[in-house]
Design a protein around this ligand. Structure first.
Ligand SMILES: [Zn+2]
Length: 99
């Protein structure tokens, strides 16, 4: 029985809690709702502030929004046949490994 009193604190040494009470885990979870515009203005402001102050979360948000923009472009336009085939092949490969 090891009675270490800071075991929960030391699991995520990189996570910093901002004065607003949003940590990186929370910001990343909220990121999808943030990008989907599903947050209240107040919540949005809090997450936005964290993304501004936290470089890893900020770049994750930037990456995710860029990715969405590209995917949206591809979907409204047309997905290249070569990409569809590559994805289909990858899925087939996965299923074969599963069985
Ligand atoms: Zn963060």
């Amino acid at each position: 029985m090891n009675e270490s009193d800071d075991s929960t604190m030391s699991q995520h040494p990189m996570n910093a809690t901002s004065p607003d009470g949003v940590d990186c885990d929370e910001a990343v979870h909220a990121l999808y709702h943030y990008l989907d515009g599903e947050l209240t203005d107040e919540r949005r402001a809090v997450i936005s502030l964290h993304l501004d102050q936290c470089a890893p979360c900020g770049s994750a948000a930037h990456f995710e929004s860029e990715l969405r923009r590209i995917v949206a472009d591809q979907c409204t336009d047309r997905v290249p046949q070569s990409l569809i085939e590559r994805v289909a092949a990858a899925i087939n490969e996965e299923e074969r490994h599963g069985n």
